[in-house]
Design a protein around this ligand. Structure first.
Ligand code: KIV
Ligand code: ZN
Length: 390
């Protein structure tokens, strides 16, 4: 791991699919799984096999078709869940069982009416059960974000000793601040004696809009896997957005020293495929994949962008497979943008012409949200007619 590789664990088909209205059938899941493999994710969490016969079938079929990525199935710390996950994963070239239990006092007391000691034993037991079927076992300490660090360290040490290859530290409720989540990972790195025998994984929810920041804080402090979804889909306010963490690591590769195997040119096409298949549109201002991510609308920005794109763009749209930068003409746009667009539309106007046209342009712009090319043609033709007769 010294080479700085960060493993990308995609859970669009499991945590993402839990979103109301986003349910997928087997055919859709297979299509997305193949696209995720093409994108370069290291692990595909294909589903929760015990949850329904349909999900069992999906995990099984995905296991059959995926060649390079690890295929993972979720389970609770329940023997039957684990056996079912193992059966669904049977055709996989690289199977992983993801099993675990809640470790915060909220879970231990309210959900399980249990004790820390009992939960520790159940954690060890579920890893041992899973190890009977596969070598690669990931343990999740649900609600680790609100779990006492000393107790969490005991659980992590015990599950690694039982054979866990990856230990997931989920901020299930999206509660942590970035420095708290980072300190939690650092605490585990410094206080779990056998931590070097496993990979620590970040699984951060977005209830406070901090999922991406928390995952990056986790990596900076020693985690080597990020669990994330395309478009940030997931329970409630969602999960960590794959495109965001991947581009943060790429953008800051020189300073942070990490890299992933993701082919970033496929981020926008895959975002659209997921949005269409799950019938869940992406918000326009979403980082990397929103329709406005490369749009420039105010006059000040447009002028700077037209002189040098780097003035207002830190990522080239083609690097993430976006259609290209857009100059959107609104009442906040300036003369440079208007002149630029008129030029693109084939009109040759000098500076004085543009000054006159700009006054007319603003009248149109104030009356609508966006000035279209058709409006500009109309303005230009009217102006040319007046200019000829004058
Ligand atoms: O958010 C969470 O804790 C989870 C676990 C099941 C990994 O999704
Ligand atoms: Zn989750």
């Amino acid at each position: 791991m010294a080479d700085g590789k960060i493993y990308i664990f995609d859970t669009t088909l499991r945590d993402g699919e839990q979103v109301p209205g986003c349910k997928l059938n087997t055919k859709e899941k297979i299509e997305l799984a193949l696209a995720l493999e093409e994108l370069g994710v290291d692990i595909i969490e294909a589903g929760f096999p015990i949850s329904s016969p349909g999900d069992f079938e999906s995990v099984s079929e995905i296991s059959r078709v995926i060649k390079n990525a690890t295929v993972c199935g979720l389970s609770r710390a329940v023997q039957k869940d684990i056996e079912t996950a193992a059966a669904a994963l049977k055709p996989a070239r690289r199977p992983r069982i993801h099993t675990g239990i809640g470790t915060s006092d909220y879970h231990i007391k309210s959900k399980f009416n249990s004790t820390r000691e009992e939960i520790l034993q159940r954690a060890i037991q579920c890893v041992k059960w899973a190890k009977n079927f596969v070598d690669d076992v990931e343990f999740y300490a649900e609600d680790a974000g609100r779990t006492d660090n000393e107790y969490l360290a005991r659980v992590v040490e015990a599950v690694i000793k039982a054979g866990a290859t990856v230990v997931n530290i989920p901020d299930t409720t999206g509660y942590c601040l970035p420095h708290q989540y980072g300190e939690k990972i650092a605490y585990l790195i410094n206080n779990v004696p056998n931590v070097d025998k496993a990979i620590l994984s970040c699984h951060c929810h977005n209830d406070l809009g901090l999922a991406t920041a928390n995952s990056i804080a986790g990596v900076i402090n020693g985690a080597r896997q990020i669990e994330c979804t395309i478009n940030g889909l997931g329970e409630r306010a969602g999960n960590t957005s794959l495109e965001e963490v991947v581009m943060i690591l790429k953008q800051h590769q020189q300073t942070l020293g990490y890299h992933t195997s993701i082919n970033t040119k496929q981020l926008n096409p895959l975002s659209r495929l997921v949005a269409d298949t799950m019938r869940m549109p992406v918000q326009a201002n979403k980082a990397i994949v929103g329709s406005n991510a490369f749009s420039h609308s105010s006059g000040i920005h447009q002028d700077g962008f037209l002189k040098d794109a780097l003035t207002y763009e830190i990522i080239a749209p083609e690097e993430v497979g976006a259609d290209g930068s857009k100059i959107v003409l609104t009442a906040r746009s300036g003369r440079s943008a208007l002149a630029h667009r008129l030029h693109l539309l084939g009109y040759q106007f000098n500076r004085n012409d543009v000054d006159v046209l700009y006054v007319e342009f603003l009248k149109v712009a104030d009356s609508k949200k966006e000035v279209e090319d058709a409006d500009l043609h109309e303005l230009a033709v009217q102006y040319q007619a007046v200019a000829v007769t004058a």
